[in-house]
Write a protein that binds this ligand. Structure first.
Ligand code: IMP
Length: 195
């Protein structure tokens, strides 16, 4: 069984990835791989740059094939912002509540038809001696005028999916996970690893 290091200390993320990739792949966190003391600064201007930076740093530290992800929200009306700044949209130490409040305020006079947005997830795979590979997943929706539901995390309560007529905050976890940008990117990674 081939082992991949996940450039993250988040055990929950590792479990989610394991579940989508299925049997045959061992995923361990960077902590389990002995690189728990490394904190990579996500200062890139694209999702690809940030994911690559994390994957390369942990691959170099562990010598093992490493995957890293970077994700965020891109709003059409804002020309794709906040993008790589999604986690700190309302400021360096902003929490979800502050980020959501800022986005709703910025879009308050924007009509429904112009509130299109997408979640993006880019996974980078760094393997010793090989060129880095990227897998991108996207999930389209629209930003609501207020919060609906309290499931999920981050911007989920204001991200409306046309397909289900609900926000991601109102969707059951297994449905959200099946249509998410992360699972789309992971499915591409799985296909590549299985080839
Ligand atoms: P990260 O790259 O996973 O750290 O996510 C960056 C930012 O995007 C954070 O503010 C997250 O809350 C937000 N984000 C990423 N994925 C999702 C999602 O599936 N739902 C809601 N917010 C998300």
């Amino acid at each position: 069984m081939k082992t991949y290091v996940l450039a993250s200390k988040n055990q929950h993320k590792a479990e989610e990835i394991k579940e989508i990739l299925g049997k045959g792949f061992e995923i361990i966190t960077q902590t389990e791989a002995g690189a728990g003391d490394i904190d990579v600064v996500e200062d890139g201007t694209t999702f690809e740059e940030n994911a690559a930076k994390k994957a390369l740093a942990i691959m170099e530290a562990t010598g093992k094939p490493t995957i890293a992800d970077d994700s965020g929200l891109c709003v059409d009306y804002l020309g794709g912002a906040p993008g790589v700044y999604t986690a700190r949209y309302a400021g360096e130490n902003a929490d979800n509540e502050a980020n959501i409040a800022k986005l709703l305020e910025v879009l308050k006079d924007v009509p429904k038809m112009e509130r299109g947005a997408k979640f993006v997830c880019v996974i980078a795979l760094a393997e010793p001696g090989k060129e880095i590979k990227y897998f991108r997943g996207e999930c389209s929706g629209r930003i609501t005028d207020k919060k609906y539901g309290d499931g999920g995390f981050g911007y989920d309560p204001i991200f409306f999916t046309e397909e289900y007529g609900k926000t991601m905050g109102e969707l059951e976890a297994h449905i959200k996970n099946a249509i998410s940008h992360r699972s789309a990117a992971l499915k591409k990674l799985q296909k590549y690893l299985a080839e």
